[in-house]
Structures are given as C-alpha cells and as structure tokens.
Design a protein around this ligand. Structure first.
Ligand SMILES: [Zn+2]
Length: 377
C-alpha cells in the first residue's frame, strides 16, 4: 500500500510537470517546439487515463480551456489531438484513514476517470483530563500507528484527580494550573508545565476534544452541574470548527478499593453507566462516547479476571492489560474502526488475552451501558 502510494505520488509529480510543459508547447510558435519524438513521449504520458495528472483540488483546472489542436489528423493514432483539460470534482472527501475520490473529466474529449485523494493519516486529540485520560493515552499512539496514522498528537490538560468543576474554574480564571502533556506517534511524551486551557485549545487544530469527570465522582449525578458550561466553552472556542467532543467514561476500581458510597465494584460500575447514560450523554454537544469503563468491566469477566488496574493503587489502569483495553476503546470509539483492525499488542500479552480484550471492547462499543460477559474463560 505504501509502495503504491509512493508510486502514485511520483506519477502525480511527473505528470504535473509533463502537463505544464505540454500546455506551453501547444501555445508557443511551432519553431520553438521540441523535437517531435520528445513531444510524443510527453503527450503519451498525458493521455494515459491511469496516470493521475494533477493535484487533487476542488477548483477547476487552471489550464486554458481551448488549447488549439495543431497535430495533423493522420497522426491521431500516435499523436494525441489535444492536451487534456480536466475539470475536477471531489466525489468523496478524504477521511483520516479512508482515501477520498476525485472525479476528473476532460472538457476537450470527455475522457473521465476517478483517482484517489490520499487519506490525511493525521489525528490530534485533546483531553480535558486527569490521570485517567493519561491512562487512556498510554498505548493509544501505538494503536493509532498500527491503524495507519503518520501523525498523532495527544494533548492532556493534566491535573491529578481534576474534576469538571476544577476545569470550569480554570477555564473562567485562565489559571496556569495545568501540566500540558503531549504524546506523539512514537510514544514520546513532552510535558509543558504551568499552562492554561487557552494555551491547549489554541496550540493545535484538534480533531477530537475529550471531556471526563474525576474518577470517583463518575457515579454521582450531582457532580455534573457545570458540564454544560464546559461543553459550551469548548464548542465556542475550538480552533477546528469540525472538532468533535467525546465523553470518556471511566471505570470502577479493583475489588476492595472502590469508593465506599457506591458499595463494591459492580455497583460502582452500574452507577457510572447510569450517570453516563442519563446525565452526560443527553448533552447535545457531545458527539460520542468512549466507553472505557464498560470495556474494562466486560474484560474482567474473561480469564484475565480483575487484573486491569495498576498494581500500585488499584484504581489507575495497569500497564499490562488496562492501558491496552483503554487505548483500543478510544481508537474504536473515535474512529469507528473494529478492534479486529488492530494487530499491535503489548509485549508479553498472549493472543488469547488480546482477543479477550478486543471482544470486551467491541461489546462495550455495541452496548456501552451494560456488562457483556466474555466468551474467553
Ligand atoms: Zn481530453
């Protein structure tokens, strides 16, 4: 695929050059024209319908619309009668991972064909986060690279245990209260201390902006009074008008460390699912859900068991299974791809474990507010 893309690009460049030269030749006096053999070689290249001959663009070709045809009719079989004058129409815009389609029609001869517009293969995600969005970002660059991305920028507005209320206070005050952490495609992380919300919002044209709540408040609907304010701020201040806002649903903790007010792991999960469904996802400004909490709870029913949290504290995700589960959930929820599209898995994870996690993620995307039992036991 890479090779085909490279060849296509090379041909586009070559044909562009030829196309421009050809147009000049036609409009200049005959005595300054190059030797016939050279012209023939160039125009043959131009008439090949499988050779893309210009950059993809929405605007019609800038070349003259009436190019005089000076070639004798008898030579039509070997000498093309004209230089193609293409009108380009975008049939399908390129996506992040899917090529678009450019339809090209020559106004001289009516010759027409489609050619691909390369996918952008670039993604920029900003989180109004805390350490739980950091958990989500740990394996995400590798998953995105595996899916074909060439440019990945993950930005986290980080304050440990940051709640929606704290984000809203910082939005209003402009306080330089954050560690702004950028993670790039190769997993390189760069920390920028003492930054504010405006800095992060303006730094890149984010494609997705992720909002979440402090982990132990996610099952308490009374803690969401400023959610609408935060969403409105993001919607009105996003530098990329097409940026989509997603909600990151976080998880219940390892058995034994869940907040006491919820009464155990499953009860905490059910509270999170209920608030996510009925308090959060009813907001119109939210385009989609990243159901990490459900993916984790689904995966706990597999042979991996209750081993998705960090061994040090039991509530952050752990590097062995938790990061991977979250990264797959983020990628699949945001990009509408299937976990099966991802071949990368962390070193040391078995194929069965990866398959169990992918099943858990797939089921979480399908049924985000309820546990689906694993078939990997
Ligand atoms: Zn033509």
């Amino acid at each position: 695929m890479k090779k085909i893309l490279a060849i296509t690009l090379a041909l586009i460049t070559a044909a562009l050059f030829v196309s421009c030269s050809g147009a000049q030749i036609q409009s200049e006096p005959t005595e300054s024209a190059p030797a016939p053999t050279e012209t023939a070689a160039m125009t043959n290249a131009i008439t090949d319908p499988f050779v893309p001959s210009s950059e993809p663009t929405a605007t019609p070709s800038a070349e003259p619309t009436n190019v005089p045809t000076t070639e004798p009719a008898t030579e039509a079989s070997t000498q093309p009668a004209h230089v193609h004058t293409f009108t380009d129409v975008i049939r399908k815009k390129p996506g992040m991972l899917e090529d678009g389609v450019m339809h090209r029609v020559c106004s001289e001869c009516g010759e027409e064909f489609d050619e691909p517009i390369p996918a952008t293969r670039s993604i920029k995600i900003l989180a109004f986060g805390n350490s739980f969005s950091d958990d989500g970002f740990r394996n995400l660059p590798y998953v995105l690279k595996d899916l074909g991305f060439k440019e990945v920028i993950l930005g986290n507005l980080y304050i440990g245990s940051c709640s929606l209320d704290m984000h809203w206070d910082n939005i209003k005050s402009g306080a330089n209260a954050y560690l702004f952490r950028e993670t790039h495609i190769d997993g390189l992380r760069v920390d920028y201390p003492n930054k504010n919300v405006k800095y992060a919002m303006e730094k890149y044209d984010w494609d997705f902006i992720i909002v979440q709540q402090k982990g132990n408040w996610c099952g308490d609907s009374s803690k969401f009074s400023v959610l609408g304010n935060v969403l409105s701020y993001i919607d009105q201040n996003k530098s990329n008008p097409a940026a989509k806002i997603f909600w990151h649903m976080t998880w219940s903790y390892r058995n034994g460390v869940n907040p006491s007010q919820y009464g155990g792991q499953l009860a905490f999960y059910n509270a999170i699912a209920n608030v996510t469904k009925n308090t959060v996802m009813t907001k119109k400004l939210i385009s989609g859900l990243i159901p990490s909490g459900t993916a984790i709870q689904n995966a706990r029913t597999s042979m991996i068991g209750d081993n998705f949290n960090h061994p040090d504290d039991g509530f952050h995700l752990g590097p062995k299974y938790g990061y991977y589960t979250a990264a797959l959930t983020w990628a699949c929820a945001i990009l509408k791809v299937s976990p099966g599209d991802v071949t990368w898995k962390p070193v040391g994870m078995t194929d069965d474990e990866a398959a169990a996690i992918k099943e858990a993620v797939e089921n979480a995307i399908k049924k985000p507010y309820a546990v689906t039992k694993s078939t990997y036991n």
